[in-house]
Design a protein around this ligand. Structure first.
Ligand SMILES: [Zn+2]
Length: 76
C-alpha cells in the first residue's frame, strides 16, 4: 500500500481515470503510482509510456491477470 506523510500534498479526486484498469504493457495518459489489482504490487509509471509487461511478476491462478490501476496521480 502506498504511504504518505504530509496529506496537504494530496487532494481528493473523483476523476474517472482512477477507475480505469490497464492491461500489462498498456500506455497510460497520466504519470503516477499504479497498483496491480491482482496482488497489490505497486509501480511508478510515466504518462505516455507503457506499464510493466505481463512477465513483470507472477500471479497465482486465484490472483488472475495483472490489472494496473492508478492510485495516485502526479501533476507536472
Ligand atoms: Zn500483480
Amino acid at each position: 500500500m502506498a504511504s504518505y506523510k504530509y496529506g496537504n500534498y494530496f487532494d481528493k479526486s473523483e476523476g474517472a481515470e482512477f477507475d480505469q484498469e490497464h492491461r500489462p504493457g498498456g500506455v497510460t495518459s497520466h504519470s503516477g503510482i499504479y497498483r496491480c489489482m491482482g496482488c497489490g504490487k505497486e509501480v511508478t509509471s510515466e504518462g505516455g509510456n507503457p506499464l510493466p509487461p505481463q512477465n513483470h511478476h507472477q500471479h497465482t491462478a486465484a490472483q488472475g491477470q495483472i490489472r494496473w490501476r492508478m492510485i495516485a496521480k502526479a501533476h507536472h
